[in-house]
Design a binder for this molecule. Sequence first.
Ligand code: PLP
Length: 409
Amino acid sequence: MDYTRYFETAVEALKTERRYRVFADLERIAGRFPRATWHGAPGGPREITVWCSNDYLGMGQHADVIAAMTATAERCGTGAGGTRNISGNSHPIVELERELADLHGKEAALVFTSGYISNQAGISTIAKLIPNCLILSDALNHNSMIEGVRQSGCEKKIWRHNDLAHLEELLRAAGDRPKLIVFESVYSMDGDVAPIGRICDLAERYGAMTYLDEVHAVGMYGARGAGIAERDGVMGRVDVIEGTLGKAFGVLGGYVTAKSAVIDAVRSYAQGFIFTTALPPAICAAAAASVRHLKQSRVEREGQQRQAARTKAVLMAAGIPVMPTPTHIVPVMVRDPEACKAASDRLLERHGIYIQPINYPTVPRGTERLRVTPTPLHTEADIQRLRDALVEVWSTLGLAFEPQAQAAE
Ligand code: PLP
C-alpha cells in the first residue's frame, strides 16, 4: 500500500484546482507594527509592511498587554497545567471571564482556546440542550459556526445572507418549536454588517433564541469596544454573544457570554471545553489587559476608522476596484485566483507589502480578492505607498481599473 500517494494526490488536486496555499515566513516586530521581517525574501531577510493583519488595532504589541503577559508568565509559569476539570481555574482566567461578562453586559462568560472552538462547542452544546431545536443559520456564517450547527445534530435551515424576509418566512413556517438564530455582526470577507436589532425583533416575535458572532467587531465598535450590538444599542436583546481574543484584542482565545444558566450548562456539557487544556494564565492576563484598555480608550478605534476610510478613498480615487463596505474591511477585487496570487506575490517581492490572496473556498470563485485591513498604526505615507504599489501591480498585470471610482476622494 502506498499511503504517501493518497496525500500527494490530495495536494495535487488542490494545485490543479488552483487552490494550493503557500504561507509567507514572517516575523512581526514588536514596537514597530505593522512592520515585519520577511524571512523568505530572495537574498535574505527583509523588512516589509503588513496590510492584512487581523490584529486590527495593533494591540498585540501594546505595552500593557506585553507587560501583563510577561509578568504573569514570570509569576505563574507558562502552561495552564491541564483542563479546567483537572487543574481548576487559574485566577487570571477567572478575572478574564469577569472582564468579558462585564464588557457585554451579561451575567457570565466562558473562555475557550480559540474563537473557532467557542463557536463549534458553544453552538453545538446550546442547540443540543434545547429539545427539538431548529437552527436558523445565515448563509455566510463562518466555518466554525457551520461546524457547531453540524455537530449539534439538530435540524437546520439556512437563511439568505442578511435577508430578513427569508428569515421571517422560515421562523413562521417553524411554528411553535424552539428555534436558535445564529449569525455574525461583521462578515469578514465582504465587510458588511447584520441588522442585529431587526433580527432581534423577529426573534422576539417568533420566540427564537439568538446567538451572535462578534469576532470581527469586538474591540472595534461600540463605546467600550463590545461590538456592533453595543454600537446599535441592542446588546441586551441578544441571548448569546461570542467573540475572539485573537484579533482586535491581539492575543489568543475565544469566548461566549450569556445568562449564567446558559454559561453553566455549556461549561458542564461542551466537549470542546471539557476535554482540552485551558488557555495559559499569561495569555488570559494579556487578553484581560487588552479588553480593559479598549473599554476605556477610543483612540485605537477612532484611528482605525479614520485610516480605513482614508485607505478606501485613496485607492478608489486611483481606480483600484475596492468593494465599498461600511466597516474597517477593505476588499480589493481581483476576481481571478491566479491573478490574485500574482498580485500578492508582486506586492511582496517588489514593494515589500504583504497582503495574502483570498481565494476559493474562503470566498466564492470569481470573487477572489486582496483583503486589506488598515490599522491605526498605518500612516498616511503607508497608504500612499500602498496606492502606488497597487497601481503598479494593476498596470503590470493588466488588471482592470475602475474609472467610475475617480470621484471618490
Ligand atoms: N468567527 C469568525 C466569523 C471568524 O472569521 C473566525 C476566524 O478566525 C472565527 C470565528 C474563529 O476565531 P479564532 O481565530 O479566534 O479561532
